[in-house]
Design a protein around this ligand. Structure first.
Ligand SMILES: [Zn+2]
Length: 395
């Protein structure tokens, strides 16, 4: 195992003006029961004590630790002062306890809204938080049903999924800067693989104008969906929540070398909003017009092979949205025409271990093994299929 520090371990939604849209730039159960340990760690601010499950033990003595609030921490060998195995089983927080634990790290003024599968921490209006949580729950169910029907073994996330929603952009950016650095002002929401959280802000700015809860049936939802930001809001939330689901239902493992074309392809496959409904999103499989248009405009031969072999195009500052569009087009085509092979490929990726790396050659080989053809061979069909989709009505 060759441990590596994760590169920017986030899936950001980057705001880019495109025809009025905001478009965007599971952990499987451990193989053996993880042991609970207490580590004393030396950092820039002095000594810290960490308690959690050791998920990966690198040959050089570094560890990947999962903390009680679902965060991952990579501890380098030189930082470890002492390690002690604990006898007790890991206690499980109730969703409320987890919420309280997270509130303690957030600026003052946040509250918790708990639903069946989510813990939403927010300082915007409760109506907005509830509307978002209902959207997440619909995504949760639709996601599970879709993949189960496709023959993939997915599990209900074993612990609540955490979403943090800031009322205003400035406070969000200040908070997000520690995860995103200078990119915080371009990213309107993100899923962080280390914290396992989705963080975003109230894109509608309805905080100050929302009527008190209950004053008008459906009023809050209607207000949200008539906001000019509605399309970008829904696609951002669903996109990031899809990443979070995929990494918590056994489909991908956090910090494993999941190809970005696959994780972004799946997130963009799910993200398409339904703007004529107050609920904002209904399900899966709608044609993603902004991605389709972008693909047809920007596609160059060789693009599909490039994103299959490497994640570089998603991370480059030059036209990363072209890579997202290609990922959507490839995923859409493979799900439409080779769903069983696609599920095989997803299963293969689900087995990859955290903090390992795949070479471009391995990635191309995995693809060819699952689909029986190279990305270059499949590319011709993708382009034709996308041109056909462009001439069809929306669903
Ligand atoms: Zn994404």
């Amino acid at each position: 195992m060759s441990p590596r520090m994760p590169r920017l371990p986030v899936f950001p939604a980057v705001a880019v003006a495109l025809a009025g849209w905001l478009v965007f730039a599971a952990e499987a159960p451990p193989d053996s029961p993880a042991t609970l340990e207490r580590l004393t760690v030396r950092g820039t601010a002095g000594l810290r004590t960490l308690e959690g499950e050791v998920l990966v033990e690198a040959v050089d003595g570094g560890v990947l630790l999962e903390l009680p609030d679902e965060r991952y921490e990579v501890v380098q060998p030189a930082a470890i002062v002492s390690r002690e195995q604990l006898d007790e089983e890991r206690g499980t927080d109730t969703p409320r306890e987890l919420g309280q634990r997270i509130l303690a790290e957030l600026p003052p003024g946040f509250s918790v809204h708990v639903t069946k599968h989510y813990v939403v921490c927010f300082d915007t209006s409760r109506d907005y938080a509830k509307w978002c949580a209902a959207l997440f729950e619909r995504l949760h169910d639709a996601f599970g049903n879709f993949w189960t029907k496709a023959g993939l073994e997915v599990v209900d996330p074993p612990r609540p999924l955490v979403v943090v929603i800031f009322a205003d952009r400035e406070a969000y950016e200040a908070h997000a800067a520690r995860d995103l650095g200078a990119a915080a002002d371009r990213v309107v929401g993100y899923y962080n693989l280390l914290s396992n959280r989705v963080t975003t802000f109230d894109l509608t700015g309805t905080d100050g104008v929302m009527r008190p809860s209950g004053s008008q049936r459906g009023g809050a939802a209607a207000q949200i969906m008539t906001s000019p930001a509605a399309a970008g809001l829904v696609s951002t939330l669903v996109h990031e929540a899809t990443h979070q689901m995929a990494f918590n239902c056994g489909m991908h493992r956090r910090l494993a070398p999941v190809p970005l074309w696959l994780s972004e392809g799946i997130a963009t496959y799910f993200e398409t909003p339904e703007l004529d409904s107050d609920r904002g999103w209904r399900g899966i499989g709608a044609i993603n017009r902004p991605r389709l248009d972008q693909f047809l405009t920007a596609h160059r031969p060789g693009d599909i092979a490039a994103i299959v072999a490497s994640d570089d195009r998603f991370r480059s500052t030059e036209a990363p949205l072209d890579a997202y569009a290609a990922a959507w087009a490839l995923t859409r085509h493979l799900v439409d025409t080779r769903k069983r092979a696609f599920v095989d490929y997803v299963r293969l990726q689900a087995a990859k271990q955290p903090l390992t790396d795949d070479s471009p050659e391995e990635r191309l080989r995995d693809f060819e093994t699952a689909f029986g053809a190279s990305p270059t061979e499949i590319e011709v069909d993708v382009v034709k299929a996308m041109a056909r989709l462009a001439s069809r009505p929306a669903r």
